[in-house]
Design a protein around this ligand. Structure first.
Ligand SMILES: C[S@@+](CC[C@H](N)C(=O)[O-])C[C@H]1O[C@@H](n2cnc3c(N)ncnc32)[C@H](O)[C@@H]1O
Length: 172
């Protein structure tokens, strides 16, 4: 069964009036497609990219176009600049491709980004600090965009433990 989409993605999509039937969404490092599937009935096309073919094989949709690609291989970057309206990235970080990810977004398009923050390694995975955002880092990485929402949150409950940094910004 497909996992529940990210709460942050859901919240952001609710706030973006421009989420309409003629929009194209790119879900980067989509995994098993929870966010791709969630948004697929709200827009015209979803492009879902991941390295792992087993993950890509777990979901489908009539307007979901799946690409198996190593997005960290800069010489084979698979996307044209200014080609999509909304980019979604959840639980993935590679600073070296951050600018490339931003460049794919059309003018007036959006970036929805959510991943783990420093300190998370003490309460869960990933443990590798290279994959954890530093305080305020996501704001710096997106300083060329217009900020809509940003938060750094820590949740310690019986069910979940995580530290996440989340942003919604617009390419103006
Ligand atoms: C923690 S999962 C997150 C999946 C999804 N975004 C989500 O939140 O449910 C990270 C994903 O990144 C993908 N990934 C890791 N390195 C990658 C690369 N170099 N190119 C494309 N995908 C990659 C993995 O295969 C995995 O599906």
């Amino acid at each position: 069964m497909i996992k529940e989409a990210s709460d942050w993605v859901k919240l952001c999509l609710n706030e973006i009036d421009e989420v309409t039937e003629n929009k194209i969404v790119l879900d980067i490092a989509c995994g098993s497609g929870r966010n791709s599937v969630f948004i697929s009935d709200k827009v015209s096309k979803v492009i879902s990219v991941d390295l792992n073919i087993d993950h890509l094989l777990t979901f489908n949709g009539s307007n979901i176009f799946k690409i198996q690609s190593d997005i960290e291989n800069l010489s084979k970057w698979p996307f044209k600049n200014k080609s999509v309206d909304i980019v979604i990235v959840t639980n993935f970080l590679n600073r070296l491709i951050f600018e490339k990810i931003q460049a794919v977004i059309k003018k007036n398009g959006f970036l929805i980004y959510e991943t783990f923050g420093e300190g998370h390694d003490k309460i869960g995975k990933p443990k590798n600090k290279d994959y954890l955002l530093k305080k305020g880092e996501l704001l710096k990485l997106t300083r060329n965009m217009s900020l809509i929402f940003y938060e750094e949150i820590q949740v310690i409950s019986l069910e979940k433990k995580f530290i996440k940094h989340r942003i919604l910004c617009k390419n103006v």
